[in-house]
Write a protein that binds this ligand. Structure first.
Ligand code: FO1
Length: 343
């Protein structure tokens, strides 16, 4: 309610839904934010990487999205804030030493970034949802598009290795992705509910496109798909679902995607990524370098387009985002595709 007692005007429902992890996905999310009117864009971020460190709730992918879309991200590192200071870390290192068994300085928290985690944790403890807090933070960062977590419930990626189970950040940052991955599980996903705003998108008759950003399919998108009802909603949604391959020239652009795919027995190829999503996919965008794989992917009844997928600056991000949106229009709606397939 506002001061006059009237309810605030209802915001129009967004019509483009993007699913994203951190660094790679956030690049396309930024491009989309430049080509889709901001009130029409909703970005759902992975929360499988979230963890509690020094008692603070850290949501790396939501923060990477928020910092990237607000233009405040450290684009060199891909995470954290630009022009960051590290006084907290330096003071912490002095106290904990470098050899102590309880040294927790392996996870770098910049001074300004720390404020995000402290304020989030304080508000979660007061009973606000992660979605409410993220929405409010984004507004304060001047972001007009909506960024929300995939769920307000806890979903935690557990990496199974020969050394035992590792929480995601212990695997990713502390152990630098070195242990062999024998399996992954998303603790809590089976009982977690998707955020209501996320599910509402699938009921929106005006939904134009669902975009799976070029994030790691196994580490960043799968924790979203594992949440109750999400994969089914994607299979049944009326709008075209378009994914962008994170593989370029048979390798991952950055990060451990290729290593993990290999260790889990998946070929490192655009085809393997398409196969991962093929039960709900209408369109798939591959890099020019992987063009030879198009006939194989088309066998999955998926439309495929080759383009330049490397995003090195704002222009390449917006060009790719425009290509994705044009391609989604080309892919048409699900009814047409179902008729085409005689389903
Ligand atoms: N990644 C690192 O490689 N090292 C870090 O010390 C680190 C700290 C960090 C702090 C806040 C935050 O939001 C993200 C941070 N990341 C760090 C990135 C993060 O661990 C991963 O990039 C994502 O979880 C993977 O998407």
């Amino acid at each position: 309610m506002n001061i006059s007692g009237n309810s605030p005007p209802e915001l129009p429902l967004p019509t483009v839904l993007a699913l994203s992890g951190g660094i790679g996905g956030a690049k396309l999310a930024l491009g989309l934010a430049h080509v889709v009117p901001p009130e029409k864009l909703m970005i759902v971020g992975n929360i499988g990487d979230d963890f509690v460190h020094f008692g603070q709730h850290i949501s790396p992918d939501l923060d990477t999205l928020m910092y990237t879309l607000s233009g405040t991200a450290d684009t060199e590192k891909g995470w954290g804030l630009a022009n960051e200071s590290w006084n907290f870390m330096q003071a912490l290192k002095k106290l904990s030493g470098t050899s102590g068994a309880c040294d927790e300085t392996w996870f770098q928290l910049g001074d300004q970034d720390l404020a995000t985690h402290l304020e989030r944790t304080r508000r979660l403890a007061k009973g606000e949802t992660l979605s409410q807090i993220t929405t409010d933070f984004c507004r304060k960062f001047g972001i007009e598009a909506r960024i929300i977590p995939a769920s307000n419930d806890a979903v935690r990626t557990i990496v199974e290795t020969p050394e035992g189970d590792l929480a995601f950040q212990n695997y990713f940052v502390q152990k630098r992705c070195e242990p062999i991955v024998s399996g992954l599980r998303f603790q809590g996903a089976e009982n977690a509910l998707p955020t209501p705003e996320f599910m509402e998108m699938f009921r929106n008759q005006l939904l134009q496109a669902v975009v799976i950003c070029p994030s790691n399919p196994i580490l960043s998108i799968d924790p979203i798909l594992a949440i109750r009802g999400v994969r089914e909603a994607l299979r049944e949604c009326s709008a075209p679902v378009i994914a962008v391959s994170p593989i370029v020239g048979g390798d991952a652009v950055k990060g451990p995607t290729a290593k993990i795919m290999r260790e889990l027995g998946h070929p490192v190829s655009a085809t393997a990524v398409a196969n991962y999503y093929c039960d709900f996919l209408d369109g798939f965008i591959v890099d020019f370098q992987d063009e030879a794989e198009i006939p194989e992917i088309q066998k999955m009844d998926v439309s495929v387009k080759a383009t330049e997928t490397l995003m090195t600056d704002l222009e390449t991000k917006t060009v790719l985002a425009n290509t994705v949106m044009d391609f989604s229009r080309h892919c048409g709606n699900r009814t047409f595709i179902s008729q085409k397939n005689g389903l």
